[in-house]
Design a protein around this ligand. Structure first.
Ligand code: G3P
Ligand code: CA
Length: 250
């Protein structure tokens, strides 16, 4: 990812346009593209048969008509579930997408922030560990320049850096930036910091900038917060609704 060529502010559609579409579905990502977002953010988990499925929670209960833990269901079973009706009956045809399906949709059209969920990290590092599968897929699609990989589980980013010297990596956190974060940023040669918007301060943004890092807070949805963060100098905003893009450009 070319750090100098990104638009400022970078608009990142959080789980797609999740205020208008069922989150983490093809409809939500297409909606983000139609709304003019620069990047989509998605959540990635491993299925029972070790496939890459796009879903936020550890269970399917909240965002599908099924129940149970993602890790205990096969991709075939997950693909049968209705991932749209819970949001609105108009979206009853939506399914839980695979990462491959989302990359195919996005390729050449929009950047992709892949958030690897902490529960998908495996300490023993098997050959088909999630970080290895993600890299293989991204490379097979020739999308290394188009993706930004982030996680609250920083170990998975360290593993990714070992196998992918050039891929963009972002540290996720819900606490203010501290020495530990700065150290990890250097260790993984990070691209960006993705903080909960409520913990961001101007001095922190300045330090991160001095270190060469972009700052992309999540998930910013109010006019006041959008302006406040823009004034702090953040480089992008993860938003649930495209209206924030219009607010921010005023
Ligand atoms: O990637 C930023 C943000 O999505 C992290 O929190 O819970 O919405 O995945 P969450
Ligand atoms: Ca996320």
């Amino acid at each position: 990812m070319n750090i100098d060529k990104l638009p400022i502010p970078l608009f990142i559609a959080h789980r797609g346009i999740r205020h208008r579409f069922p989150e983490n579905t093809i409809a939500s990502f297409q909606g983000a593209m139609d709304a003019g977002a620069h990047m989509i953010e998605l959540d990635l988990c491993l299925t029972k048969d070790r496939q890459l499925v796009v879903i936020h929670d550890e269970t399917v209960d909240r965002t599908t008509n099924g129940s149970g833990r993602v890790r205990l269901l096969t991709m075939e079973a997950l693909a049968q579930l209705d991932a749209g009706s819970w949001f609105d009956p108009r979206f009853s045809g939506e399914r839980l997408p695979t990462l491959a399906q989302v990359l195919a949709l996005a390729k050449g059209k929009i950047l992709v922030n892949i958030e690897i969920k902490p529960e998908a990290f495996e300490v023993h590092g098997p050959k088909d560990a999630i970080e290895r599968q993600v890299l293989e897929l991204v490379r097979s699609q020739q999308m290394e320049e188009d993706v930004l990989i982030s996680s609250f589980q920083w170990q998975v980013l360290k593993r990714m850096r070992k196998i992918a010297p050039n891929i963009a990596l972002g540290l996720l956190s819900n606490i203010p930036a501290d020495d530990r974060l700065f150290s990890w940023h250097r260790k993984i040669q990070g691209f960006s910091w993705h903080p909960d918007y409520r913990v961001v301060t101007r001095p922190q943004v300045e330090i991160l900038h001095q270190m060469g890092a972009k700052v992309f807070p999540y998930a910013v949805n109010g006019r006041i917060d959008t302006h406040r963060l823009r004034e702090m100098g953040v480089d992008g905003l993860m938003v649930d609704d495209p209206d924030q893009m219009a607010v921010s450009s005023i």
